[in-house]
Design a binder for this molecule. Sequence first.
Ligand SMILES: Nc1nc2c(ncn2[C@@H]2O[C@H](COP(=O)(O)OP(=O)(O)OP(=O)(O)O)[C@@H](O)[C@H]2O)c(=O)[nH]1
Ligand SMILES: [Mg+2]
Ligand SMILES: [Zn+2]
Length: 357
Amino acid sequence: MGAEPLPGRVVALQANYCLVGLDASSELGVDGRLLCTRRSRLDKSGLQVCVGDRVTVASVDWRARRASVVGLEPRHNLLPRPAVANVSRVVVVVALAEPGLDPLQLTRFLITAEATGQPVQVVLSKADLLPAAAVEAWCRRLEGWGYATLAVSTRTGAGLAALRCQLGKPGIAVLCGPSGVGKSSLLNALAPALELRVAAVSGRLRRGRHTTRHVELFALAPGALVADSPGFNTPALPTDPQTLAAAFPELLARLRSSPCRFANCRHQGDPGCAMGDGWDRHGIFCRCLEEVEALAAARSRAGQGRQGEGGMRQRGDRLEPLLDPQLRRSSRSTRRQALEAALPTLDADLSSPDRED
Ligand SMILES: Nc1nc2c(ncn2[C@@H]2O[C@H](COP(=O)(O)OP(=O)(O)OP(=O)(O)O)[C@@H](O)[C@H]2O)c(=O)[nH]1
Ligand SMILES: [Mg+2]
Ligand SMILES: [Zn+2]
């Protein structure tokens, strides 16, 4: 049994345990991954450990590869879903086909990613399924939204060298996106030794089958960690309507160069709005704003407690992620009814993974 606490990073969560990769594993000459008990609450604030967290472990039993997490370093940032702390880059992966690219869904992923304050990029997968001109058109369109965009294919190898370059940078990159777009396949293509499970899409809409079940960090290069994550269909929007505009880079860029006539402009065709009417994501922005405002109104009607930004909630002086806001809300029937009344299309992807709606 070791006595000195050892520093490391949480690489996966498993039931009541977490896997911790030790910083000094190579020097110690052992497989540095230890299965650690995670006390449900590390301190009185209620903060729980999350993949990506820097921790210290003690009571190491090297033979059984077990230990206990005894300390948690403050986080630099947090991606609420998939839950990953201390993110350096978020890579939103959507397929060009099978399943088809839905700009509203992609936007919801991008909004969640922007909440980290870190660089966000888009990977368009399955480029082999569309003609080159169509692939090129999607790339230009997303660049118009303000995102560095890379088209890739594990079938032809297109874009894989560039992706390897981007994911090989130091820090934690998170691959997130809908199920079946090929996130795990991409990691297998870059590092075949990972042997991650992948599965064919199914049904009329060629949706994924929720093959990856947990977030896990892998080392692609020294110091470069990448998180594979379970796909899901409908990322939550921020709770505060005021924060939505900040998640649209093309809107921010325009406002910086020529602000709207009125400071409280809602960019919905208001007089003097700098966005005019040639804005590609105008309709998407309006739909998101409507939903965020409806949820905010329902929440205030239901008398919910104080809320923070971007799927976070305030606990004491800390922000805690709302990992599954829909599930959490559903535990309070009155609140759920108010929310459902406000938003009939409330996220359904948590109830039935294979649903085709
Ligand atoms: N045509 C084509 N199919 C691909 C490509 N990459 C992956 N696929 C297929 O897409 C399907 C889904 O791939 P996965 O890697 O399991 O997708 P995922 O994003 O990890 O899905 P979840 O784990 O459910 O979130 C598999 O049948 C892959 O073989 C590609 O570049 N082109
Ligand atoms: Mg997967
Ligand atoms: Zn405006």
